[in-house]
Design a protein around this ligand. Structure first.
Ligand SMILES: Nc1nc2c(ncn2[C@@H]2O[C@H](COP(=O)(O)OP(=O)(O)OP(=O)(O)O)[C@@H](O)[C@H]2O)c(=O)[nH]1
Ligand SMILES: [Mg+2]
Length: 369
């Protein structure tokens, strides 16, 4: 609570509210007091897939020092379903009599059913076996912390928080399959970035789905930021307009929503690649971040979505949503092993504050006790 108030008093004045529809505000905001935020580090993001040997990412402790919102309890609450599914069988397994082939078979089955995927499961079991041999472990109970640590190490490779560089505006493009949570994530992300003293503008680039712009406008109103939309039906024209508007108003960050599309719809994948090119033409080097939003319920299909969107667009970061509603939390391990890509945030609910910076240790602690 104290952290929350601290953030509010260091906030910039927000741009004037523009549009029509009144929307329910989740919380009344106290009057903002103070002026200029500290200058932001002018650091550019790493792009594309990560070098998994690079351990330069900031750990959770560093993030906390920097004042990112980061509430372990909410992650634990969000991952309750995954934990329910994992904790009982793992506890039973770790209280078994000895470490033998059937122990490993059982461990493999538990990991696979939690969507850890074949590759990450094989890797984790191999690492556990190595630890058993190296440390002469005979008690299954000792393997629990070893498994947890190995999982944390694996996930640390994708623990890369977003870094906003000064690009006036810094452009974020939100992409993904239908219904994964792109628009909702924009609402939460806008709140998060505003809390970090950035001014934000949103582009209603989903001109396909009826009511998509209205849905986004509600999030714009909740956050008190401008939403740029058009009647034209051309998403490229909307993002072009939005980036120019952000430039003119000196807005720090422009976030573009896009229509949901399946990786199998080639013409729609081509269309989104075109939108990306238009952004670059309008504002050289943009988008600076292409965020793929993945619904955790998708399970192993997430890997396929990531591969195809990455080929078409060069995905720079992921948001894994709906972790509060699924037992398939292991999919993050599958991504880390098979196609390591920075996981910027996780979604743990539908509310404006239900976005968390991804932290490997907190995540694994949430997954099983
Ligand atoms: N429980 C839960 N629900 C979520 C989360 N993120 C989004 N949702 C819900 O998922 C549904 C779809 O969210 P949208 O934000 O409209 O998804 P979208 O990707 O923009 O959908 P399209 O624009 O149709 O492709 C909504 O009911 C959201 O409230 C989350 O982290 N947890
Ligand atoms: Mg949407």
């Amino acid at each position: 609570m104290f952290e929350f108030l601290k953030k509010l008093v260091t906030k910039k004045p927000k741009p004037k509210k523009v549009v029509a529809k009144p929307a329910p505000k989740p919380k009344p905001k106290p009057k903002k007091v103070v002026a200029k935020p500290a200058p932001k580090p002018n650091k550019v993001l790493e792009n594309d897939l990560i070098n998994i040997n690079d351990t330069s990412s900031e750990d959770g402790a560093t993030q906390k020092k920097k004042g990112f919102f980061n509430f372990t309890e909410k992650i634990k609450e969000g991952l309750a379903k995954t934990r329910e599914k994992l904790t009982t069988p793992l506890s039973e397994l770790f209280s078994s009599q000895k470490i033998d082939e059937s122990f490993y078979d059982e461990l493999e089955m538990i990991l696979l059913t939690s969507d850890v995927g074949i590759s990450a499961t094989d890797y984790l079991i191999q690492r556990v076996k190595e630890a058993v041999a190296k440390k002469n472990i005979v008690e299954p109970q000792e393997l629990k912390s070893i498994l947890k640590n190995e999982l944390v190490e694996l996930l640390k490779a994708v623990e890369r928080p977003i870094k906003i560089s000064e690009n006036s505006p810094y452009v974020i493009m939100m992409v993904g399959v239908n219904g994964t949570g792109k628009t909702t994530t924009i609402g939460k992300l806008t709140k998060h970035l505003s809390d970090q003293n950035h001014s934000v503008l949103i582009a209603a680039g989903d001109t396909f789905r009826a009511a998509a712009a209205e849905q986004l406008q509600v999030w714009g109103d909740r956050n008190n930021v401008t939403v740029i939309s058009q009647e034209t039906g051309d998403p490229s024209a909307v993002v072009f307009d939005a980036i120019n508007s952000a430039k003119a108003k000196n807005i720090d960050i422009a976030i573009a929503d896009t229509a949901g599309r399946l990786p199998t719809q080639k013409h729609l994948i081509d269309e989104i690649a075109k939108i990306k090119k238009v952004m670059d033409k309008c504002h050289g080097g943009s988008p600076h971040e292409v965020l793929l939003v993945i619904d955790a319920n998708t399970g192993q299909n997430a890997i396929n979505q990531l591969k195809i969107f990455n080929e078409a667009l060069g995905i720079t970061g992921l948001v894994i949503t709906k972790l509060d509603g699924t037992a398939k939390g292991g999919v993050i391990a599958a991504i880390a092993k098979e196609i390591p890509t920075p996981i910027r945030f996780i979604g743990v609910g539908e509310g404006i504050d239900d976005l968390r910076i991804f932290n490997a240790k907190e995540y694994v602690d949430g997954m099983f006790t």
